[in-house]
Ligand binder design. Structure first.
Ligand code: C2E
Ligand code: CA
Ligand code: CA
Ligand code: CA
Length: 393
């Protein structure tokens, strides 16, 4: 038949607008975007809202050049400033394009490829990306991943691996960090980078985190019964902690397992803490008021200022692997690590270094006053069956 295209459009900063200006501003933004898209389309074209901040465009009877021209115009139209709640904003969007018949013959296939192209553009920061083969589809096809992940949660296809955390002075294991993986029926064991971004975008991060917390607390109860007093660390995303009632939810789970709250550490990345200070700070206050430990993950990679952390009762600061790995031969990394240790201790937090792969790095960190360590030197993240018999040698 005649050539055509399916295009996926996703707003780049919708969540930010929604979080900082409120849901009504988010809704208004979506209405403005829909209006501008519709105004730029031709009578035979179709605009559909896919949910969240994603739209689909169906462009019949158009060759590649026509599609490109139309999308350039749409992108420019979207970029015109919009004022929401008195705040002027420019709208940026990512467009993923699949062409008919080159990239597929049926809608499902075209949508998946448009999605892969869009995701590719988001990672590379190009705004309009045309599908260019299977390579592009590789890391994460969001629509597919989202649909499959829903089933994965229902079918218990997720698994936790645990990585020990070691006291740098005594060498004893003091806790373990739970790291999620997906035992995919066709693709094998998938790392979190393959599915967490899709989970965060789709709202699936909520049931996912709930699953991880339940599993980790049940496992911890089992190893406590076997005489191991390890703390357990669980990673949570900004979306989790910002949800009203999250602290009560976690408290309820702890009570259900009869676990003392301080034996759970929730790891929140520094970037998440810095993104919306008020919401995240309130969440930290709510959680710590219930006795739950807070750990600031990937410290050094975000833009938290000392004054933002001051006054927050943070149990642990984790120094990001990028600084740890070259601490022996890069003076700037040494300076950062020393400063983080001094800052954390000054605030009453302990310091954990992640990504330790050699004894030399462990020695340097111990001498610099770092409290705890994690990394391949001690153990890779391993399944529960292996961690439960883990001993430091
Ligand atoms: P993270 O919290 O910074 O976790 C540390 C990552 O570094 C893990 O990757 C771990 O396997 C890896 N790692 C540990 N020691 C070493 C080392 O010595 N050398 C090297 N090269 N790498 C090391 P993983 O398991 O792929 O997890 C990646 C990220 O995914 C985590 O980074 C965390 O941010 C996120 N994540 C994992 N599980 C969950 C979860 O249940 N919920 C949420 N929200 N995020 C999770
Ligand atoms: Ca988006
Ligand atoms: Ca972590
Ligand atoms: Ca980390």
């Amino acid at each position: 038949g005649e050539p055509g295209a399916i295009v996926l459009v996703d707003l780049d900063r919708f969540k930010e607008v929604n979080d900082t200006l409120g849901h009504h501003a988010g809704d208004e933004l979506l209405a403005v975007v829909a209006g501008r898209l519709r105004a730029g389309l031709r009578p035979a074209d179709t605009l559909a809202r896919l949910g969240g901040d994603e739209f689909a465009l169906i462009l019949p009877r158009s060759d590649a050049a026509t599609v490109r021209e139309l999308l350039d115009a749409l992108s420019a139209a979207l970029a015109t400033e919009v004022v929401l709640d008195g705040v002027p904003l420019s709208i940026e969007a990512s467009f993923g394009v699949a062409l008919y018949p080159e990239h597929g013959h049926e809608v499902g296939e075209l949508l998946r490829r448009a999605d892969a192209a869009m995701y590719h553009g988001k990672r590379g920061s190009a705004d309009i990306v045309v599908y260019a083969g299977e390579d592009m589809a590789h890391p994460t096809q969001w629509l597919v991943v989202q649909a499959e992940l829903r089933h994965a949660l229902a079918r218990d296809e997720l698994v936790l691996h645990y990585q020990p955390k070691v006291d740098l002075r005594s060498g004893a294991v003091v806790g373990v960090e739970a790291l999620v993986r997906w035992q995919h029926p066709q693709r094998g064991l998938l790392p979190p980078s393959e599915f967490l971004p899709a989970a965060e975008q789709s709202g699936l991060i909520e049931p996912l985190t709930a699953w991880v917390l339940r599993r980790a607390l049940a496992d911890q109860a089992a190893w406590t019964a076997a005489g191991r007093t390890w703390d357990v660390s669980v990673n949570v995303s900004a979306r989790n902690v910002e949800k009203p009632g999250f602290a009560d939810f976690v408290s309820g789970l702890l009570a259900g397992h009869g676990t003392a709250p301080h034996r759970l550490l929730l790891e929140i990345t520094e970037t998440a803490l810095a993104a919306d200070t008020r919401l995240a700070e309130q969440a930290v206050i709510d959680l710590t008021a219930r006795g739950i430990g807070i750990s600031v993950d990937d410290f050094g990679t975000g833009y938290t200022s000392m004054s933002q952390l001051r006054g927050l009762p943070i149990a642990e600061v984790k120094i990001d692997r990028t600084f740890v790995k070259d601490v022996l031969d890069a003076p700037p990394s040494q300076a950062i690590v020393r400063a983080v240790i001094a800052l954390a201790h000054g605030l009453g937090s302990r310091v954990t270094a992640e990504g330790i792969e050699t004894p030399e790095v462990a020695d340097w960190l111990r001498r610099a006053g770092c409290d705890e360590a994690q990394g391949y030197l001690y153990s890779r993240p391993v399944p529960w069956a292996e961690i439960k018999t883990y001993e430091i040698t």
